[in-house]
Write a protein that binds this ligand. Structure first.
Ligand code: COA
Length: 182
């Protein structure tokens, strides 16, 4: 398996990964990825694909959001979406994408990476619930356990506060859980 940065020609394959991986939510996720891609530049953000036999089988994005810390706004990254084609699940593709991405972001001196997801999956990479570490989630609709963060070497203890998601997450209504009965 090869891990590499997404290239312009991967766009349709990446959409296909998320359409397959996320089932009923696939269209929302694929739309979110297309919007977040506009934020990925050499300095900001990271979009990685996993390739097997020349075929894109997994994809992850790390995009820029803000931490509203007491001292100043801090550039952080949000992991997601992460998707792997179902027929390639349980082969370490997702883990390889996450670990590779965190390694690159550590080298780029990004201090913190946040994720909204299942702690049963993300805790293996060192993510921990953000609420217990001085961080506030960007929406009350995110379950406490799902709001997770990992500190990289550039992290300093004064970096606490509220995570402010980049605008595309709101535009695609891709934050937290909706309650149709509320
Ligand atoms: C989550 C996902 C990216 C994992 O990719 P993967 O390549 O199958 O994962 P890996 O092979 O690296 O890891 C497999 C391990 O993760 C566990 N796992 C997979 N999905 C999980 C989940 N949602 N919650 C908890 N554990 C999960 C597996 O049980 C397995 O555990 P083990 O190592 O103890 O046996 C993939 O299942 C996927 O694309 N799911 C649909 C999209 C999605 O939910 N994305 C994440 C959004 S937060």
């Amino acid at each position: 398996m090869d891990l590499r940065e997404e290239l312009p020609g991967d766009r349709q394959d990446v959409r296909e990964v998320h359409l397959r991986a996320f089932g009923d939510h696939g269209l929302v996720v694929a739309g979110l990825v297309d919007s977040l891609r506009d934020m990925v530049t050499a300095e900001n953000g990271l979009s990685l694909v996993a390739e097997q036999d020349g075929r894109v089988v997994g994809h992850v994005m790390f995009t820029r959001s803000l931490l509203d810390a007491p001292r100043r706004l801090v550039d952080v990254r949000v992991l997601g979406p992460l998707g792997v084609r179902p027929e390639f699940h349980e082969r370490g593709v997702g883990s390889a994408l996450v670990r590779h991405g965190l390694g690159i972001l550590a080298e780029r001196e990004v201090p913190l990476v946040f994720v909204e997801g299942d702690p049963g999956y993300y805790s293996r990479f060192g993510f921990a619930p953000g609420g217990g570490l001085g961080f506030r989630k960007p929406s009350l609709r995110i379950p406490d356990g799902a709001f997770q963060v990992i500190g990289l070497p550039a992290y300093e203890p004064w970096m606490t506060g509220t995570l402010v998601y980049a605008e595309p997450f709101w535009r695609h209504d891709a934050v937290g859980l909706r309650d149709p009965d509320a």
